[in-house]
Design a protein around this ligand. Structure first.
Ligand SMILES: CC(C)(COP(=O)(O)OP(=O)(O)OC[C@H]1O[C@@H](n2cnc3c(N)ncnc32)[C@H](O)[C@@H]1OP(=O)(O)O)[C@@H](O)C(=O)NCCC(=O)NCCS
Length: 233
């Protein structure tokens, strides 16, 4: 029986929780994460802690739009359904339209500050410290910032796309991707992202083109920087 797929915006930390496990599951074989978080394979619980903190940082960041995909049994509409994938979209830019997506409150900024302190404690002093290579993470973050700086100022940027391994290949990723493409088309601005090899085929099939590489692991491995222009860009 085919389930009904719906998308909704994540607006509470409670709604964010199922996404920790989806991120850890979808990215467990990702070469880049396994490079800067080498202990994650031997300590799957550390991998979930990493995803919890990645997603909480996104949640409290400016201009983020976290979209969850839920599969619902059409014969049991009273059941809330199961979250099977998510996307983190980001409206970058300085124009009025961008600012209308970026609204950030003082309370959110304070929570973000507190979260940064907790993250420093978790990954410097607590158990997950064993899994992370700070120097590799810093290298990757620097490369990512450089990749983003080379993109157009006004853009919808896809920060994360993850679909639970059991639900892949059924159009969930495409639907989460299409949401941001639709916003870009409405505004007439490009959609941008940095693709893992696992996502390349999906992005190419929806009109994204390579604009550069993001190298890691002493240039032995890379991700693909991509852009999809609209008719007016
Ligand atoms: C990449 C990912 C999000 C794709 O999600 P998905 O739900 O499996 O993708 P879909 O089912 O929507 O596939 C959409 C299209 O891409 C194609 N596709 C998806 N994954 C593919 C793969 N591994 N190989 C070949 N084609 C693939 C599908 O055939 C489909 O094309 P079609 O509509 O013409 O049939 C998912 O595989 C994932 O979470 N991977 C691990 C995390 C990751 O790398 N995320 C990307 C970060 S940039």
């Amino acid at each position: 029986m085919t389930s009904i797929l719906t998308l909704h915006r994540v607006t509470t930390l409670e709604e964010l929780e199922p996404l920790y496990h989806i991120g850890a599951d979808a990215f467990c074989d990702d070469p880049c994460l396994n490079w800067f978080y080498p202990g994650g394979r031997n300590h799957p619980e550390d991998f979930v802690v990493l995803w919890k903190n990645i997603l909480r940082m996104e949640f409290f960041d400016k201009g983020r739009f976290i979209l969850a995909a839920t599969a619902q049994d059409p014969n049991n509409e009273t059941h809330p359904g199961m979250v099977i994938g998510f996307a983190v979209w980001e409206r970058d830019g300085v124009c009025e339209a961008a600012r209308s997506w970026q609204g950030t409150s003082l309370s959110k900024r304070l929570k973000r500050f507190y979260l940064n302190l907790k993250i420093a404690y978790t990954f410097c002093l607590d158990t997950p410290h064993r899994s992370l290579s700070w120097s590799k993470l810093n290298h990757f973050q620097h490369e990512l910032r450089t990749a983003k700086a080379g993109q157009p100022t006004e853009t919808w940027y896809l920060g994360i796309l993850a679909v639970s391994s059991k639900a892949q290949g059924q159009g969930v990723g495409k639907k989460l991707l299409q949401w941001g493409i639709d916003r870009s088309e409405e505004e007439g601005i490009p959609t941008t992202l940095v693709a893992t090899d696992a996502g390349l085929r999906l992005y190419e099939s929806t009109g994204f083109e390579r604009t550069g590489w993001l190298f890691f692991d002493d240039k032995r491995q890379k991700q693909t920087i991509m852009r999809r222009n609209t008719q007016s860009t």
